[in-house]
Design a protein around this ligand. Structure first.
Ligand SMILES: [Zn+2]
Length: 161
């Protein structure tokens, strides 16, 4: 017996009948006992992919980038679950975020408005805006002056009575 077999490995001789078929070394996963194919000759123990992933996540949760696979962008707009009725692109119907399986496929998907992009203002547009603001301020001042003048007139009128 080779040390490989001592470690619990087993060899399947010439897995295929094809010419050149190779002996394949197997060993069982030390965590779940699942069969792991194509194990290195000097392997003392093996961990299957599933258990390996599990261990990595436990040890290095922050480095578990592959967990992002479980995150699927829904394509739903922000706040969709507050909407009285929302139909996603697959025809799933939601009433205030609660799925209504019976209604699936009966309604047209809710149109999702793309987020408004703020337009970059040109220099001219900025100047126009500044001019408008100045005009507005001038008008405000004039209004105030009219008001004051009117009051003075009124006061004079009142006093004269
Ligand atoms: Zn395993």
């Amino acid at each position: 017996m080779s040390s490989f077999e001592d470690n619990g490995g087993y060899i399947v001789k010439k897995e295929t009948n094809h010419y050149g078929g190779k002996n394949i070394r197997y060993m069982d996963c030390k965590y779940c006992g699942g069969q792991v194919r194509n194990v290195g000759e000097d392997a003392k123990s093996v961990t299957c992919n599933t258990c390996f992933m599990g261990i990595m996540v436990k040890r290095f949760p922050e480095s578990a980038t592959f967990t992002s696979k479980s995150y699927k962008p829904t394509g739903r707009p922000a706040g969709w679950h507050w909407m009285l009725e929302f139909v996603d692109k697959d025809g799933n119907v939601f009433h205030k975020g609660k799925e209504q399986p019976k209604l699936k496929g009966t309604l047209k998907p809710t149109k999702v408005k793309p987020r408004k992009k703020t337009k970059r203002r040109s220099k001219d547009a900025i100047l126009v805006q500044k001019y408008k603001e100045k005009q507005k301020i001038k008008r405000e001042i004039k209004k105030q002056q009219d008001f004051i003048n009117h009051n003075i007139d009124k006061g004079w009128y009142n006093e004269s009575r």
